[in-house]
Structure formats: C-alpha cells, structure tokens
Design a binder for this molecule. Structure first.
Ligand SMILES: Cc1ncc(COP(=O)(O)O)c(C=O)c1O
Length: 389
C-alpha cells in the first residue's frame, strides 16, 4: 500500500448532535505523556475525576466513575448490571435512544413494556403511571434529553412514581449533563449514564456513570453473573475503588481529557453553564423566528443544547447541510427515523454554545437560503439574536 500522509482534519465548527467543540486545554491534555494505569499519580487523578463527576452529577454516590467506552457503553453498563433474565422493565421511547434502551434491555433478557410518545414530544408522567398499573417492574428508564428530537422530559414525577412502584429509576443524561439541570440525588435517580462528547465538551470515549447504594446492592446480590465481563460493576468496583485491582487498561489520555473538561465545567460553575446554554438557545430561536424557521420539538420542553429546526417547505435539507459543511466549515445534524428529511439538528453544546457560533450558523443559513431564492434580511436576524441578553 501507499502510506498516507499524516492526517490533518479540516477546521470545523461542530454544531451537530455531538461531538461538540473541545477547549484547547482539553486537546492539550490529550497530548500529555502517558502514565501507567496503576501509577499512583494516575490513581490520584482518577480520584479527582470521581469527585468532579459527583459534583457535576450533583450526587454523593460513591459508585461514580467513567466507564471506558462511549455513551452506549454507559447505557449497557446500567442495564447489564441491573437486569436479570425474565425481569420486567418499563422504558420510555420518544426517539432513537429510548429505542436503543429497549434493544439493550431485551438483549439482557428483560420483558420490556414500552411507553411511547411521538418523536419530538416528551414522555408524560401520566403515561408512566398508567404503565405501572398492575405491574411490578424491576426498573423504569427514560432518556432525559432526546438528542434525536430535541425534547427534554421532566423526570422528577416519573422518578417518584417509579419508586412508589418499588422499581429502580434509570436515566440517560448523555446530552443533558453539563448543559441543563441534572440533579441525581434530588431526583432520586438509581442509575445514570452520560457521555463525554456533548455538553462536557471532551472527545467521545468515556461514559460517566453513577449508581445509588440501592442500585449497587441489587447489582452485587444478583442470582446470575453479569453477562458482560467488561461492564460488570462488581469487577469494575475493584479497579475504580480502593483496591485498585487490574481489570482493564484504562484509556489514559481520555481520562486526562475528562479531568480537564470537568475542571472547566466546575470553574465556570454549573448554574452559569446552564444559563449560558439557555441564553444561546433563546438567541438562536429568536434569529430563526425572524427567518420564519421554527423548532419542531414540543413547546415548553425544547432542549437548550440541541435545536431541532423544521426544514421549510421546498428546501432540500441535505443540500443546505452540505453547503454549511463545505462552504462554511459548520457541521449540523440531520433528522433520524421519522424526522429524516424534516429537521436539522443544530447543537449548542458545551464549548460550541457561544453567541459567536449562533451568529455564524444563522449568517451562513441566511446566505444559503437567499442564494436559493429567499429574501431574508440578515441584519434583522442578527439584531434579534443581540436582543437576547
Ligand atoms: C441521548 C443519547 N443516549 C445515548 C447515546 C449514545 O452515545 P454514544 O453515541 O456516545 O455511544 C447518545 C448519542 O448521541 C445520545 O444522544
């Protein structure tokens, strides 16, 4: 073969559903010299990661650490450890990731009851209450922020109903963590997973997870061994816990990067970070409104970090997306499943969530749509963005 030259990625603004842009200090962390994964200095850093993750998840759960793998690994971690074959579970499905949870739970041998909502809408607590009537499931799981549709499901009441039914509450916070309020202890969440590449603004590769003492007790008192050796919390606990027993070789550089990304989240402050995401979402929405573009997700429950924009009639969404990428170096996402061809997904996650990026993507969209025959006054769009303080 002809050996290719060293890879050099083009400059891009990552405004899709993830990964998001990463701060220079996080990229720098990736380039630091390696340590052995049992080196006391690395082990000390792991302790700091665990403490910072607890601060970001707003939990005191001892069993809080990053699983080696992307968000889907965190999802599997929760299900493989908590479900035994034949267990009944209830799962909210209002987009791709609820559907993925069903698939994962079924692979664990669960009998799944799906609670479905149209894509773009939330899972209502009343639907969960209805599904729990006459059932005694082991767990109830929902996706907090559905990245495929831009809807944020409120979870406090769902959690209350779940516990009333004697079940564990499992929450997907892959897209919500770091971008909007996530309160694991206040909301009584038993098992939660997230991803690094969204509002934490770290490259993909780790999945922060947290188990309540109750969930951990259930995982440790199982009848059958966890079918995944790699994701068995009973084994992982000895590596991430005090014993430091070798389990697998931790991805050293990714942990450096997560350490720095979490530090940046905490330096900014959770409340400030949530407010920044909210304000930039409102600014984007205001600019889109002037252009005659609306969000497709349920009013009152629209994500700040992922904006599902309805594609106007007569516009080929793929052509616009391609032009954004090739002419403006801006990546946005397409619709999935029933929303394919109908929405653009504009991410304002973590580092990407800035007023400059809101203006950049709107300015580029105005140019592209005007070239295609529309007559949008870009200065009015930008004035609407600036009006959001
Ligand atoms: C809500 C949600 N859950 C789970 C996942 C899966 O994460 P990953 O792609 O990192 O495996 C994603 C990824 O986009 C997601 O948005």
């Amino acid at each position: 073969m002809q050996i290719p030259s060293t890879f050099q990625p083009p400059p891009r603004v990552l405004m899709g559903p993830g990964p998001s842009d990463v701060a220079p200090s996080v990229l720098h962390a990736l380039s630091l010299p390696l340590l052995g994964h049992l080196d006391p200095v690395f082990v000390q850093m792991m302790e700091e990661i665990k403490a910072m993750l607890r601060a970001v998840f707003l939990t005191k759960n001892e069993m809080t650490f990053p699983v080696s793998g992307t968000g889907s690994a965190g999802m599997e971690f929760c299900f493989v450890n908590l479900i035994e074959p034949g267990d009944e579970v209830v799962i909210g499905v209002n987009g791709v990731f609820g559907g993925r949870m069903v698939d994962v739970a079924e692979r664990c041998g669960a009998r799944v009851t799906k609670v479905e909502a149209p894509w773009g809408r939330i899972i209502e607590a009343a639907q969960i209450a209805e599904a729990l009537k006459g059932r005694k499931p082991k767990l109830v799981a929902v996706v907090h922020a559905e990245t495929s549709t831009g809807a944020l499901t409120p979870v406090e009441e769902i959690s209350r109903l779940t516990h009333e039914a004697g079940a564990l509450f499992v929450l997907d916070t892959v897209t919500s963590l770091g971008g909007c309020p996530v309160r694991i202890d206040d909301w009584n969440v038993d098992a939660v997973y997230s991803g690094t590449q969204k509002c934490l603004s770290c490259p993909p590769g780790l999945s922060p997870v947290s188990l309540s003492p109750h969930a951990l007790a259930i995982a440790t008192k199982r009848q059958k061994k966890v079918q995944s050796w790699y994701l068995d919390v009973n084994l992982l606990a000895s590596y991430w816990g005090e014993q430091r027993v070798y389990h697998h070789t931790a991805p050293i550089s990714m942990n450096y990067a997560l350490h720095e990304a979490l530090r940046l989240v905490l330096v900014e402050g959770l409340e400030n970070r949530w407010r920044r995401h909210e304000q930039n979402h409102l600014a984007l929405k205001a600019g889109l409104a002037v252009m005659g573009l609306e969000l497709a997700s349920q009013p009152g429950h629209q994500l700040w970090q992922l904006n599902a924009v309805s594609v106007p009639k007569g516009v080929d969404e793929a052509v616009v997306r391609k032009k954004l990428l090739t002419d403006f170096d801006i990546e946005i996402g397409a619709g999935l499943g029933p929303l394919k061809g109908k929405i653009w997904r504009i991410g304002l996650m973590g580092e990407t969530s800035s007023r400059a990026n809101v203006k950049k993507v709107l300015g580029a969209l105005v140019k592209i749509l005007n070239e295609a025959g529309q007559n949008i006054d870009g200065s009015v769009v930008l004035a609407a963005v600036d009006a959001v303080k």
